[in-house]
Design a binder for this molecule. Structure first.
Ligand code: 5GP
Ligand code: MG
Length: 190
């Protein structure tokens, strides 16, 4: 197979990382704390946890197991990133929304950057459905000035203005399976 990428069979996986920001245990501990807060804040009310694919898949899988409430899950797919740059446009990849009417919604994303994605989805949910409420939770929040302001109800960790991968976050489709969050070495970014 033709490829400009280095042969990773000859490089230990972690050699592609520049810096590890959060390791597996740190992530697990923080998600446990977030689950505890969510459980407490929702006061026994049932909720629907909606995650944004694909990046938010691992976050949802781990977070819902730390929430002690009756809940349903759903997913939405959007795409805005190409490589390490946001295209600035949020495209919904499916025609219909999950069932949200009469439900408290907890909308999840892997990382909050410009704010466009969460805002676009929240807007669409309120326009096309009748949820009782929509709260938001992100595993990571970039410490930058948002293009579209939004204050998530739950934030796992803050990060600087750099491109991160791992724990669901990809670079051109890869690295989602890293059990940690880190930055890539320059030579592995085309
Ligand atoms: P926003 O719409 O807030 O600009 O960006 C949110 C989406 O952009 C996230 O769901 C994620 O898919 C992508 N994104 C933003 N920053 C990063 C990053 O540092 N790494 C990766 N892998 N994706 C990012
Ligand atoms: Mg995303």
């Amino acid at each position: 197979m033709e490829s400009t990428m280095p042969d990773f069979r000859e490089v230990p996986f972690d050699a592609r990382l520049e810096r590890v920001l959060f390791g597996p245990e740190e992530i697990a501990d923080r998600i446990r704390e977030m689950g505890t807060s969510i459980t407490r804040d929702f006061g026994g009310q049932p909720l629907t946890v909606v995650t944004i694919l694909q990046g938010g898949a691992l976050f949802m899988a781990d977070l819902i197991r730390e929430i002690r409430l009756p809940l349903k899950t759903a997913t939405v797919s959007v795409a805005s990133y190409q490589g390490t740059e946001s295209s600035g446009k949020v495209n919904f990849l499916e025609k219909s929304l999950p069932e949200l009417d009469g439900r408290h919604i907890l909308l999840l994303d892997d990382i909050l950057d410009s704010g466009r994605t969460l805002n676009a989805i929240r807007r669409r949910f309120f326009e096309d459905s009748r949820p009782l409420s929509i709260r938001t939770a992100v595993l990571l929040s970039k410490r930058i000035e948002r293009v579209e302001p939004i204050e998530p109800d739950y934030v796992g960790f803050e990060v600087g203005d750099e491109f991160v991968v791992g724990y669901g976050l990809d670079y051109n489709g890869e690295y989602r399976n890293l059990p940690l969050i880190g930055t890539l070495r320059r030579e592995f970014i085309r």
